[in-house]
Design a protein around this ligand. Structure first.
Ligand code: C5P
Length: 277
């Protein structure tokens, strides 16, 4: 028997821990038991979570496709951002499962009447994800409702300003304002509504951080030098976004499309951001 197995067996025996076993039990079930129910396995250290500014967007993947990557990302302390994954599987199902692997950003980009927002946030508060996103264009009253419904939990309400895939023409088409002016107007009402943070492009983060230094800034549209931009229009490198005040950097396709997503996260952290492993 390997040393580490012996260690586990001894610890389990000493502490009277019984791992429930059932037919069809998967590795994920085992991890979930050990982390959530038995508390004998960590998803990652708090220090690793505190120093990792990367949010990995788990876009367009099934649970089976993403699980091996999630397990490897578990020790890096990345935040896991879900959108289509949550819609497809239901957040009542995915939040407890994903929380085994990291903090979860529920990127639902809510935009609705107050009553509907309250109902959704009541469901979200049961699971306490790291954050949930709402569209700031949904109004100050709508954001206030989200903040009020999640009060007393650790879940942050992050207000999305203008999508980073919007260029000037698209922004004028939709909001009849240039991106900069629209972002500033939305940020102001988000702040007034009590939102804990803002999602904005790298182009606006410097000015917004200067005006609202106490807010948490999540910045998508982040690409390493030379990486494909995809549909993103207002982009910057991880270094630039960080230097300008981004607290968290959203990286989707660049990380998930890499041959080794964990190595890519570690490379960006050490080589580009100068964060020691
Ligand atoms: O693959 P990529 O790095 O472009 O992924 C960016 C992620 O950030 C996507 O999940 C997208 O929905 C999200 N996002 C964004 N712009 C915003 C808010 C969120 O691109 N303003």
């Amino acid at each position: 028997m390997a040393d580490h197995q012996q260690g586990w067996q001894q610890k389990f025996a000493q502490e009277g821990i019984k791992l429930p076993v059932w037919a069809g039990m998967t590795l994920h079930d085992v991890r979930r038991c050990l982390i959530q129910n038995l508390g004998v396995m960590q998803r990652c250290t708090l220090e690793a979570e505190a120093k990792n500014p990367i949010i990995v967007a788990l876009d367009g993947k099934s649970w089976e496709e993403i699980l091996p990557t999630l397990d490897q990302l578990r020790t890096t302390g990345c935040i896991l951002k879900v959108n289509d994954f949550a819609f497809a599987n239901g957040f009542d199902n995915v939040l407890p499962d994903l929380s085994v692997y990291g903090r979860v950003m529920l990127d639902l980009k809510l935009h609705d009447i107050k009553n509907t927002i309250a109902n959704t946030c009541k469901r979200i508060r049961v699971h306490k994800p790291w954050a949930v996103t709402v569209h700031a264009s949904g109004s100050k009253a709508m954001m206030e409702e989200a903040v009020k419904t999640l009060e007393g939990t650790s879940t942050k309400v992050l207000a999305v300003t203008v999508l980073t895939s919007f260029d000037e023409a698209t922004c004028e088409e939709v909001y009849v304002r240039k991106p900069w002016d629209q972002v500033m107007a939305l940020a102001r009402i988000a702040k007034e509504a009590g939102a804990h943070g803002l999602v904005c492009s790298p182009e606006e983060v410097k000015e917004l951080k200067r005006i609202y230094p106490e807010m948490t800034f999540v910045v998508p549209g982040v690409r390493s030098p030379g990486a494909a931009k995809g549909d993103q229009k207002r982009v910057a490198t991880p270094r630039e976004a960080r230097d300008d005040g981004a607290d968290h950097l959203v990286m989707g396709r660049q990380v998930l499309g890499a041959e080794d997503p964990v190595k890519e996260v570690e490379r960006v952290m050490t080589e580009e951001l100068g964060i020691a492993a």
